[in-house]
Design a protein around this ligand. Structure first.
Ligand code: NAP
Length: 182
């Protein structure tokens, strides 16, 4: 099974499909954050870890103290690398999707899942190329006036809802959903 052809994707969207505003996430939903942490960190095999893929803006919007995400291989996509970015065993900077595929192949012996964590263009590419086998999508029932959006829903007919959980936190109604490729 090719890990690259069976990526997992995780996102949270507001009522208008928004994912971010001013290079940040404009809501505070601790249970949703824990779900992201647990989903991307957990492996069934103790000697394996997961990888997480970010676009440059998303990665560098994470507070410096929290990045790279611990216990995971962080892959950061950027076409404007200066050459000063140091790749390590925990974070790899890549210039394009072909390099993502090569990175996943290189680390495949130690990887269990590969998670696509945004932003917008990164999500679009993975869904358009049908690289995603599972989507974990939090849908928030409020408009947060976002300036970055999740791709439109053309991809959705290829997935079926496997699990949904309704939540209310900080006065905000939302649902946490797991969709699987049909
Ligand atoms: N709600 C959520 O679940 C969620 C998840 C993720 C992010 N966000 C939010 O979304 C916003 C950031 O997302 P964004 O869409 O603006 O930016 P982004 O996707 O994180 O980063 C965009 C950058 O990624 C690089 N990139 C993307 N595709 C590439 C490709 N095919 N080849 C080479 N480089 C590529 C480019 O970097 P260069 O410019 O260096 O070439 C591009 O400018 C923030 O507000 C963040 O908080 C929300």
């Amino acid at each position: 099974m090719s890990l690259f052809r069976n990526l997992k994707l995780m996102t949270a969207i507001d009522s208008e499909g928004g994912i971010g505003k001013d290079c940040a996430v404009p809501w505070n939903l601790p249970t949703d954050l824990s779900w992201l942490e647990m989903s991307t960190l957990l492996t069934t095999e103790p000697n394996k870890r997961n990888a997480v893929i970010f676009g440059r803006r998303t990665y560098f919007s994470i507070p410096e103290s929290n990045r790279p995400y611990k216990g995971r291989l962080n892959i950061v996509l950027s076409g404007s690398l200066t050459g000063e970015e140091q790749s390590t065993n925990d974070v790899v900077f890549v210039r394009n999707w072909a390099e993502i595929e090569r990175t996943i192949a290189k680390f495949s012996h130690e990887l269990e899942n590969v998670w696509v964590l945004g932003g917008s263009e990164v999500y679009s590419y993975a869904l358009d190329k049908d690289l995603v086998e599972e989507v974990r999508i939090t849908e928030i029932q409020r408009d947060f006036a976002c300036d970055v959006f999740f791709p439109r829903l053309e991809w959705r007919h290829r997935f079926t809802i496997a699990q949904t959980k309704r939540m209310n936190e900080n006065g905000v109604d939302y649902s946490m959903n797991i969709l699987l490729r049909r």
